[in-house]
Design a protein around this ligand. Structure first.
Ligand SMILES: Nc1ncnc2c1ncn2[C@@H]1O[C@H](COP(=O)(O)OP(=O)(O)OP(=O)(O)O)[C@@H](O)[C@H]1O
Length: 228
């Protein structure tokens, strides 16, 4: 089973002069981590949005866990996304008034698959993930997300993406607010947690200093013919 397989993908934003994406092929094996690097504005976030099924692609096929996303519509696509994909956004998109623990458990409230895969005690699993990601203090787990530091919020977002073992984790430059040492530590931890959960990791960034933490790295401008 491939967590991700992309074939001849083309995407153009409305009113854009040219295509943002023209990608021949890209695939990820289970447990594999891929670092996709490229300059600001080259289309990395657009690619992740297409894989997450939040923007439509008029041409090409995106398969997540062997499911063709183009064959799913509306609610079915939304359910598929939360069942199979964990997403760490550039801005973490935490629910600000909910505690760190409640934020981590969110996918389990929307997805039965994630709830079952989180084990008999999803709250215990959430605490373990927070602990492994460096938020072991119970006082932090019960704090509202908007009272956490940026680095702490990032760890909550990573735990939320990982809970219930989705097949694929998409990470959109989640380290931009951190200093060099914290960045490296976070990426290392994230790659390890993904490998342990058997999830494939697609991490996009402009910062090549992070490259060494991943199994494979690809230059977005080479992958994407529209940049040529
Ligand atoms: N919702 C949108 N509507 C129209 N155009 C968009 C939209 N989102 C992005 N774009 C355009 O698509 C191109 C690629 O943007 P994208 O955000 O994918 O780049 P990126 O590589 O992720 O950049 P960054 O590293 O700065 O986040 C840009 O020219 C941008 O203006």
């Amino acid at each position: 089973m491939h967590p991700l397989r992309i074939d001849r993908l083309v995407h153009r934003w409305p009113r854009a002069e040219r295509c943002t994406l023209e990608i021949g092929a890209l695939s990820l094996a289970s447990g594999e981590s891929l670092f996709l690097y490229g300059p600001s504005g080259c289309g990395k976030s657009t690619l992740l949005s297409a894989i997450a099924g939040v923007v439509d692609v008029p041409k090409g096929v995106i398969r997540v866990a062997e499911q063709d996303l183009g064959a799913l519509r509306g609610g079915a696509r939304d359910r598929f996304r939360v069942d199979h994909i964990g997403i760490i956004f550039q801005v973490f998109n935490l629910v600000p008034w909910q505690s760190a623990l409640e934020n981590v458990l969110l996918p389990c409230t929307f997805s039965q698959r994630r709830r079952v895969r989180a084990g008999d005690n999803p709250a215990g699993t959430a605490r373990r993930l927070l602990d492994e990601l460096g938020l072991s203090d119970p006082a932090l787990a019960s704090k509202p997300a908007n009272e956490l530091s940026v680095g702490q919020q990032q760890r909550v977002a990573a735990a939320r993406a990982l809970i219930g073992k989705p097949d694929l984790i998409l990470a959109d430059e989640p380290t931009s607010a951190l200093d060099e040492a914290a960045k490296a530590a976070f990426v290392d931890l994230l790659a390890r947690e993904c490998a342990e959960a058997g999830a494939a990791l697609l991490f996009v960034s402009h910062d090549r200093s992070l490259e060494r933490h991943f199994d494979r790295s690809v230059d977005f401008l080479e992958l994407n013919r529209s940049a040529a």
